[in-house]
Design a protein around this ligand. Sequence first.
Ligand code: GRF
Length: 195
Amino acid sequence: MNLCVIASGKGSNLKAIIKASEKKIIDSKVVVVISNNSGSEALQTARKNKIPAIHLSAKLFQSQSEFDSALLELLRKCKIDLVCLAGYLKKLSPRVVKSYKNKIINIHPALLPAFGGDGMFGVKVHQSVIDSGNKISGVTVHFVDEEYDKGKIILQKRINIKKNEDAVSLEKRIRRIEHKIYPKAIRLIETGKVK
Ligand code: GRF
């Protein structure tokens, strides 16, 4: 499958997907990386790996509709089979989601449906989990629908929260799991085990 990764920031999950592809853990290839953030590490990683790196932000267009058209055109041109959101902090419009129904996935650093939704990103997620007194957390890969973090779940992995663990430590441990789980989810889709 031809993958498009869309990321706003660091792009450590992008790196993990590129590595999984190089090591043939997945057959799919990242053929384009898109970011709304021109200075993102994700775009730098793409360039280092000779993958087209595109800065695409709604701010560059007159309207949401024009941005959506540009994004859809790019996905079509690159013959994208699966869009992987990896720390993309914007919401895709219903038009984009409908055009790529069941072809857009996302990774979330907690066990959805809990600890998801608008504004739940970064260390905030892990702080909320710890504040809740939960003893477990984890990672979720899910299909993207019109609502934040609500689409069908593809894969989850749990971990035990350590006694007195803080949000930063939990985030670090969870991030390492994300890097294994995301390629696994892609593998499930490329092998037709998840449709
Ligand atoms: C990850 O925690 C992911 O679960 C969430 O955003 C973060 C992105 O991290 N959606 P990175 O940019 O891939 O390092």
